[in-house]
Design a protein around this ligand. Structure first.
Ligand code: GDP
Ligand code: MN
Length: 423
């Protein structure tokens, strides 16, 4: 009896093992034939197969999207142009002021730009440097793009102390600001002055005859597929200036900039140069200040990304403005940045419709990034809108921008200079 029981349990055990082996084989075969990518060793919880084909048109470019800060009832609908029009060209290109030792960062930025956009359009690249570019820099940056690349030196006429600057005072100014970002840096000040007053009249840029430029820095990221030409978009929609990130400046670097700007408006007005005579409600002045313009609120467009018309900076208004600021010496005695200098001018001088926010371009510079949160745009981006500073981070000025684009308060029927001159 005992022998019989033992024999039966042995048979049952063999049967169980047999069924287990057959069951496992069926399971593995089922998984294998349902998974065209082949063997997937992850047993257990079955994850859905998400495969994003590397193909820029995997989600078609939408024809429009809706945007607005959530508290603002006036959401804007932005129409996008038809994708892929590469026949109509704009005289334009990328411009990068960059150092030889930033080669890898430059290649990284270029790779993103080429992949997301420029391999379809082949706009040229212009590299500027206050020192000659190395052979390696030239070889590697020209290899990574099919477009033409140009290299030019920034000489001492655009990168040195002008004679009216007291260099002892400048050194004292750097000491005073040494606790602030780049507060003690001399080269950073030359860079900001060059970006404010000179790149747009660099002989190589003038020779290329570009109507628009797109400024690109090393180590930035572009996250979204771009199937249309932003230069053409700007030209056809009469846009003069465009940005992706707006930000609050550290006030310590520009203590006297706002009073200098007001002084410039007063002086131009007294000379009969009505540079800022458009109705304030038609300008973006509320992006940078209160209704009575007493203080600068430190909002500015980040210029590490900047698409603009070259001739915006060639206007008499801007040249007078830059020369006035340069004469005061704040680029050296303080640490005036090209971002507030550009942004203040643009906000006071342009029609607000001439300024554009490229919401469909996901972008990162240093530790800050932005990403569109519209579902139809996001399908074409490799970024996380939860990390976007746009409407969430207190350092972002996008709410102020949206409000300024929408607001038409009564008192703004005054002209921009009326407002700037009233206090
Ligand atoms: P940040 O963006 O304000 O932190 O300043 P960056 O260090 O990124 O400088 C802004 C841009 O100017 C970058 O494209 C830099 O490569 C460039 N840049 C800054 N200083 C110099 C310099 O001394 N020489 C050159 N050739 N480029 C510079
Ligand atoms: Mn930078």
């Amino acid at each position: 009896m005992a022998v019989l029981t033992k024999r039966y349990s042995c048979l049952i055990l063999q049967g169980v093992i047999f069924l287990y082996v057959i069951g496992s084989l069926v399971y593995v075969a089922h998984r294998h034939f349902n998974n065209p990518q082949g063997w997937n060793p992850s047993f257990g919880h079955r994850r859905p197969q998400i495969r994003i084909p590397y193909n820029p048109s995997y989600a078609d470019q939408p024809s429009s999207y809706t945007i607005g800060p959530y508290h603002n009832p006036e959401q804007m609908v932005i129409q996008l142009p038809a994708p892929g029009n590469t026949t109509q060209r704009v005289k334009a290109g990328f411009v990068s002021l960059v150092r030889n030792n930033e080669l890898i960062g430059m290649l990284s930025s270029m790779r993103d730009m080429e992949e997301r956009f420029n391999k379809k359009y082949n706009y040229p690249w212009l590299f500027l440097n206050d020192e000659p570019f190395t052979d390696e820099f030239i070889a590697r940056t020209s290899e990574i793009t099919n477009a033409k690349t140009y290299y030019a030196l920034v000489d001492s006429s655009m990168w040195s102390y002008p004679p009216h600057i007291n260099q002892t005072l400048a050194a004292e100014g750097r000491k005073l600001l040494e606790s602030l970002p780049y507060g003690d840096s001399e080269s950073y000040r030359h860079m900001c002055r060059f970006q404010s007053g000179f790149f747009w009249r660099h002989p190589m840029l003038l020779e290329l005859g570009w109507e628009y430029y797109w400024r690109v820095e090393p180590w930035v990221r572009f996250y979204c597929e771009l199937d249309y030409d932003p230069f053409l978009y700007m030209k056809e929609n009469n846009k003069q200036y465009a940005f992706t990130i707006s930000f609050i400046e550290h006030g310590g670097t520009i203590p006297t900039l706002w009073s200098a700007v007001k002084e410039f408006v007063r002086l131009s007005h007294s000379k009969g140069n009505r540079y800022f005579s458009r109705p304030a409600s038609d300008s973006l002045y509320r992006f940078i200040t209160s209704p009575t313009a007493e203080e600068y609120n430190m909002c500015h467009f980040w210029t590490n990304f900047e698409i603009a018309r070259v001739d915006l900076w060639h206007t008499q208004a801007y040249q007078d403005y830059f020369n006035f600021l340069d004469q005061l010496g704040g680029f050296f005695y303080e640490r005036w940045g090209d971002a507030p200098v550009h942004s203040i001018f643009v906000a006071l001088f342009l029609h607000k419709e001439q300024i554009h926010f490229f919401n469909d371009i996901g972008y990162r510079h240093a530790e800050y990034e932005r990403c569109p949160d519209q579902e139809n745009l996001l399908k074409r981006c490799y970024c996380n809108p939860a990390k976007s500073i746009d409407f969430a981070d207190p350092m972002s000025c996008l709410n102020q921008y949206m409000d300024a684009q929408h607001s038409l308060p009564e008192e703004d029927q005054l002209t921009v200079s009326d407002i700037m001159l009233q206090t």
